[in-house]
Design a protein around this ligand. Structure first.
Ligand code: JFZ
Length: 461
């Protein structure tokens, strides 16, 4: 924390590390599902059958791109896509069921992305699902279906709107700009209150598109709005991407205090170690392709993360007390891709077999080159080691500081409870600060993926 204290009037509103039941639940989610769905699912990263951008393409940004195969007036083309939006296979209950099968405990769903199209029938806009041939409220179906499965719902909401005549990017200067942007701020407030009223079950918002100077300059308005949203729901959970202080400091105020309840800056990246997090709550949101949150019709030539990659990222997040949120981009009919469906099934098998290592766990302050440690929150003798790198020689050597009050006493495989041989390795020199324990991994032990060893800790004797 900085030693110089700066006066901040529009800084953080909530105390860090809130301890109410909603925030405790947040901390235990472990795995979340992100869903980016909207009009961008129709082009699916393509203009006229050809990828608008090769490689790491943010498919949900297609409206803002030109490119060789885009129609001349592509923004107009895009803004008329709603006339075609009629997802014939959309089945929120099916999504929710599969999400639960995957092991997700919360979902973040796009109510409105940067294109401004609302997936709920907002009273404050004409550009909504109500104007599409589909007509029905999509947000409601998602909120209801996921809630019914016991999965907590968070609403993604982009403040920035590309096609809103009232939106101003830079700090409004002329009287006209000021009037327009004030209308836009009121509109944003109305929509957020509307979402809270329509879907009282939601646990929080996941804000985005809050980077423009106009919004940054509206710190008084956004400060009051956050208070208002929290008054409506004292348990509301908001990330750090909603607003900034009067000095323009985003995510953290000018004194380094987190703005919101969890750090929301880990987009397709991960902290290198837990110290970087500074004790705050956080989530990591991740795409399956290198980039691209909306549907991508043709992923040829893109590296798609495998189930093993996802397990690695999930457990790396968990070992640092973060939630890992995996994104899905359903197509224009509401279908997940074959690849996504397979991943859900495979990841679900793994999370089911290894539940105890993923949920209701904490960081354990030891590093292991084999993988990631997590420890049960209430039982400090149940330690888990997710083995990503299986030792070729069959000996997994754990290093514990000699000062440890608790040391490994026994080891077993988490998924089938089979005991593993654990013995004192006694290889340390006197001056070595560690003591060592060897766990024997039988040669014939067959695992296609990472596996988890449950290590029982106790007093050394
Ligand atoms: C934003 C969106 O622009 C994108 O389309 C997607 O919805 C994603 C989840 O959020 O993209 C961001 C936002 C923040 C950062 C990077 C990309 N960031 O903080 O580095």
């Amino acid at each position: 924390k900085p030693t110089i204290h700066i006066e901040v009037k529009f800084g953080t509103i909530t105390k860090p590390n809130r301890n109410d039941s909603a925030m405790v639940a947040f901390r235990n989610y472990g795995l979340g599902q992100f869903i980016h769905w909207g009009l961008y699912a129709i082009p699916g990263n393509e203009w006229n059958g050809i990828s608008a951008r090769q490689g790491a393409a943010a498919s949900e940004w297609i409206r803002s791109w030109g490119g060789p195969t885009a129609p001349k007036n592509w923004t107009e083309t895009y803004d008329n896509l709603y006339k075609q939006f009629n997802p014939k296979n959309f089945n929120a209950k099916q999504w929710a069921k599969r999400s639960k099968e995957m092991g997700a405990k919360y979902v973040i769903f796009t109510t409105k992305h940067h294109d401004g199209f609302c997936l709920w029938p907002s009273k404050y806009s004409d550009y909504t699902i109500a104007s599409s041939p589909y007509k029905k409220d999509i947000v409601k179906q998602v909120v209801d279906a996921y809630s019914e499965q016991g999965i907590d719902v968070y609403l993604y909401f982009s403040v920035e709107e590309w096609n809103n005549k009232d939106y101003v990017k830079s700090i409004p200067k002329t009287a006209d700009e000021k009037a327009r942007f004030n209308r836009f701020l009121e509109y944003t407030r109305n929509q957020l209150l509307e979402l809270q009223t329509n879907y009282p079950q939601i646990k929080g918002f996941w804000f985005d598109g809050t980077w423009d100077p106009s919004w940054i300059n509206s710190y008084g308005f956004t400060y009051n709005l956050e208070k208002e949203l929290r008054n409506n729901n004292p348990n509301l959970i908001i990330g750090s991407r909603f607003r900034n202080d009067e000095h323009g400091s985003r995510h953290f105020d000018s004194n380094g205090m987190l703005l919101g309840d969890y750090e929301q800056g880990w987009e397709r990246k991960m902290p290198a170690n837990i110290d970087i997090i500074g004790g705050n709550d956080w989530d990591c949101v991740m795409t399956i392709p290198p980039n691209g949150w909306g549907h991508i019709k043709n992923t040829e030539g893109m590296y798609l993360k495998t189930t093993d990659d996802i397990i690695d990222l999930l457990m790396r997040s968990r070992s640092m007390n973060g939630n890992f949120v995996l994104n899905f981009g359903p197509d224009e009919n509401g279908n997940m891709s074959k690849y996504e469906n397979k991943l859900i099934t495979d990841l679900g098998k793994w999370t089911k077999a290894n539940t105890d290592a993923i949920y209701e766990v904490n960081h354990f302050p030891l590093e292991s080159g084999y993988g990631y440690y997590t420890i049960n929150k209430t039982d400090s003798t149940s330690l888990f080691l997710t083995v990503i790198n299986r030792p070729m020689n069959g000996i997994l050597r754990l290093a514990f500081p000699k000062s440890s009050k608790l040391v490994p006493l026994s080891a077993s495989l988490l998924d089938n409870k089979h005991n593993l041989i654990l013995k004192n390795a006694n290889i340390g020199f006197d001056r070595d600060k560690n003591i060592y324990f060897d766990i024997i991994i039988p040669k014939n032990l067959k695992y296609k993926r990472a596996f988890v060893i449950k290590i029982k800790l106790g007093q050394s004797n």
